[in-house]
Structure formats: structure tokens, C-alpha cells
Write a protein that binds this ligand. Structure first.
Ligand SMILES: [Zn+2]
Length: 185
């Protein structure tokens, strides 16, 4: 059996001690394709390094709503750096994870929306799909998706909340959907 793990974070420091052993172990167990997803500039850089080292690993680059900086200026700077990363590797298969998270961060909704919209525009510019993280922000997520019209489909709703309207709309927009242990929160 061959498995494709569409979302993992092997750049995480908890794998620093034995990352190579774990990666070869999961490959031998049948995970023959894997996407190591970035969620900040630093993690995107590290995920690219990992993908460049392993044929079976691909990566995404993005700044998640929980990792955006505090000001518009810093965000602009980070988005520029993110765009610069895209030309550094052919293993980058999507922009993500990006989205909205009002569960962990309620105070910076406007900046979250800006970061989300601008990264969808970036994905559209480079013809890449997006990987979405959304939590307690279903309406705003849908509004932004309808307005920005992600160009490459399907993208992926990562850890999708169990909300029937969201699921219906996400499918209508042409997304793949993944559920996980926090999907019901
Ligand atoms: Zn993730």
C-alpha cells in the first residue's frame, strides 16, 4: 500500500533529534509521498530544505494566521520574502497554510484577512493551489474565498471544521477537504 500524507510538519523542532530516521521509517511503512507544510517564514524555509533533501517530500510555503506579524509593514516585508522563496525550489506545490483563526487570535482580524487575501493573490500569480487553515472564522473565510476566487483548483481545506455550510461551499469552490481530531472545534 502506498500512502500520500498531504499535511505534516516535519520541520518542527521536536523532530530535530531524529528527523532522518523518522522520515525513512515512514517511507518504508508506505508513505511514498508527503507534503511538509510551512506555516511561517522560518518553517517554510526549513520545510523547503527538507523537501530538497528527499525525493518523496514536497512542501508548501505560507504564513498562517497564528504566525503573522503585528503590523502591516512587517506583513508586507514577510510577504515579499515569501514570494522570494517561491523561486528557490521546484518542490513547492502550494501556498499554505494560510487562512483565519479567530479561536487563538481575535484582536487582529483585519490583519489576518489581509494576510489571507494577499497570499491567495500570490498563489494566483504563481498558479499554485492553496492550503487553508480556518478556525472559528467560517463566514469570513467563505467571503474571502468567493471574493478572491483561488485560481488553481483543487486546493485543500486542512483540518476543516465540521460545519455543513462550509463543507458544501468548500466543495462547490472545488476544494479537497481534510478532517482531523480538532475538526469539530
Ligand atoms: Zn498544519
Amino acid at each position: 500500500m502506498e500512502l500520500f500524507d498531504s499535511h505534516a510538519h516535519y520541520d518542527d523542532e521536536k523532530f530535530d533529534a531524529d528527523r532522518e530516521e523518522i522520515l525513512s521509517e515512514i517511507y518504508n511503512l508506505g508513505v511514498t509521498k508527503l507534503i511538509s507544510a510551512g506555516y511561517s517564514l522560518a518553517s517554510s524555509k526549513k520545510a523547503i530544505e527538507i523537501a530538497e533533501k528527499h525525493d518523496f517530500i514536497y512542501t508548501t510555503c505560507g504564513i498562517s494566521p497564528n504566525d503573522i506579524p503585528n503590523t502591516e509593514e512587517e506583513l508586507e516585508q514577510q510577504l515579499k520574502e515569501l514570494e522570494g522563496l517561491l523561486s528557490t525550489s521546484k518542490k513547492i506545490v502550494a501556498i499554505g497554510e494560510i487562512g483565519l483563526d479567530y479561536y487563538w487570535n481575535k484582536e487582529n482580524k483585519e490583519l489576518q484577512k489581509q494576510a489571507f487575501i494577499k497570499q491567495i493573490q500570490l498563489a494566483n500569480k504563481y498558479n499554485l493551489p492553496i492550503v487553508i487553515h480556518t478556525r472559528d472564522a467560517i463566514m469570513d473565510t467563505l467571503i474571502i474565498l468567493k471574493e478572491t476566487q483561488p485560481a488553481v483548483r483543487p486546493g485543500m481545506f486542512h483540518c476543516c471544521p465540521l460545519n455543513i455550510e462550509l463543507v458544501k461551499e468548500a466543495l462547490k469552490l472545488g476544494f479537497y477537504i481534510s478532517f482531523c481530531r480538532t475538526s469539530n472545534i
